[in-house]
Design a binder for this molecule. Sequence first.
Ligand code: URA
Length: 279
Amino acid sequence: MTEAYLAPEDAAALLRWYVDHGIDETIGEEPIDRFAIPPPAAVAATQAPSPARPAAPTPIRAPVAAAPRPPVPLESPQLVEDARALAEGCNTIAELEAAVGAFEGCALKRTAKNTVFADGTPDARVMVVGEAPGADEDRIGKPFVGVSGQLMDRMMAAIGLTREGGFYITNILFWRPPGNRTPTLAEQAMCLAFTRRHIELVRPKVLVLAGGVSAKAVLDTTEGIMRLRGKWAGYRLADGTEIPTMPTFHPAYLLRTPASKRQSWQDLLAIDKKLKEVG
Ligand code: URA
């Protein structure tokens, strides 16, 4: 049989294509079509020994098929409902962190190295919600620890807030999307169920939404960050309390577009003023 080899330039083009589509890590020797793997109930039915035949030896299966998985298709609305029910059952931040860590419904978890939950002190007056962990956050398991996190820390420090007592920080997504692609709406919806509960449990005096993905998801709007930033919005908790909420540019955007730092500085001053007003 003749083996087919790719010319080096074709192999390079194929690799580029993979990276452009978010496939930037090797996690197995062979590709697995996860959509073709039958749900656990169907697997059990096909493996049940018939009375006439001795049980066949357990076949070696891909790890994902052996792991328990909810018997619903990937990205199903049922998973969002599951996430919401789990989140609502959590009465402390520690319980919520454990529930997020145990949640298997979001496919992003399978390619991520770590679950990235939050950093800072939960009793801080300001809660910042970003988009999703990047490569550094995925490796370390904490939000905003890469270059954009360092800029975020410097910005908050300019109004006297640090992670040690001034602000608490999390993301909409708890797992890094491969290749840092924009999270799908289904991935956002699943994680958002936990993030909404997170906001309820923290009850910050001021909520800061860093970037368009976070602002649109939390405020449930289709308006872009260019229109939203710099204007106070209200985030209503279950008991009717309105948390003053400031959508602002994501630090990664500021690193690419330093001229916008002037507007971010206005946002920071507005946050500082609001904190003085709310006491
Ligand atoms: N960008 C985010 O939105 N969150 C992080 O944790 C890191 C970068």
